[in-house]
Write a protein that binds this ligand. Structure first.
Ligand code: FE
Length: 128
């Protein structure tokens, strides 16, 4: 999926644009899904792709929605991110290339991963 920066700016809120397209980070404990415990699917706020299921969400204490794994492995891609003097693994939506957050090797599940995702990169779709 390729859109021009103008098209993204038109479609997304300023905060979503800053995170998804400019790799920003929302302030911790400010996002709308930090404490969301409802059942459903978290979709990409940029393109609508299914990204994370509510049953993989856990309370990490970090202030960002945290998941143990993507809804399907192919939904996301990862890149090494050396910005801000750290070496981290960036998580992007595979379909639209939007920046979602980072993944860290200290998660509670069997794969030991913690996907630390910005709320504003996500659009939650509750199950009916
Ligand atoms: Fe996307």
């Amino acid at each position: 999926m390729t859109k021009t920066e103008d098209e993204w700016r038109e479609q997304l809120s300023p905060e979503q644009y800053e995170v998804l397209r400019r790799k920003g980070t929302e302030a911790p404990f400010t996002g709308k899904y930090v404490y969301n415990k409802d059942t459903g699917m978290y979709r990409c706020a940029g393109c609508g792709a299914d990204l994370f299921r509510s049953d993989t969400k856990f309370e990490s204490g970090t202030g960002w929605p945290s998941f143990t794994e993507p809804a399907i492995a192919e939904a996301v891609e990862t890149h090494t991110d050396t910005s801000h003097g750290m070496v981290r693994t960036e998580v992007l939506c595979r379909r639209c290339g939007g920046h979602l957050g980072h993944v860290f090797p200290d998660g509670p599940g069997p794969n030991g991963l913690r996907y630390c995702i910005n709320s504003c990169s996500l659009e939650f779709d509750p199950s009916t």
